[in-house]
Design a protein around this ligand. Structure first.
Ligand code: SF4
Ligand code: SF4
Length: 120
């Protein structure tokens, strides 16, 4: 069996990528949902999560220690790129970018999901 949520001891995507998204996702725009106070303006169209536009990167919304135990403090209000970066592809194969990031901190590679574990 695979770990049902391999992200809980990883968090590497939250300290590796600049997490940028359409400004209208921030909650100071009509219909927005990402806490605007946790974001910074990049240009007329984009914002990013605070802490992800600098090196070393670390999203301000990340709690815990990558490689040990982590959580997203705005999980239900996280922006689109976070929602669209999966640990596994639709066919159950591991996201290769995840495995490359996990290897950087010595975490085991994700394994393919069994058919019974695929959603849908
Ligand atoms: S890098 Fe992949 S496995 Fe690690 S927290 Fe992000 S989505 Fe999950
Ligand atoms: S908003 Fe949450 S999921 Fe997205 S980068 Fe920040 S901590 Fe990670």
């Amino acid at each position: 069996m695979s770990d049902p949520n391999p992200c809980l001891d990883c968090g590497m995507c939250c300290v590796h990528f600049r997490v940028s998204f359409y400004w209208g996702e921030a909650d100071d725009a009509p219909g927005g949902f990402v806490p605007a106070e946790l974001t910074e303006k990049l240009n007329l169209h984009l914002r990013c999560m605070n802490g992800t536009n600098e090196v070393p990167r670390r999203c301000v919304a990340l709690a815990g220690q990558p490689g040990e135990q982590v959580s997203c403090t705005i999980y239900d209000r996280r922006p689109t790129p976070c929602r669209e970066f999966p640990s596994h592809e639709a066919d159950g194969s591991p996201n290769r970018k995840c495995n490359a990031l996990r290897a950087q901190i010595g975490l085991p590679a994700l394994q393919p999901l069994a058919a019974a574990e695929l959603s849908g």
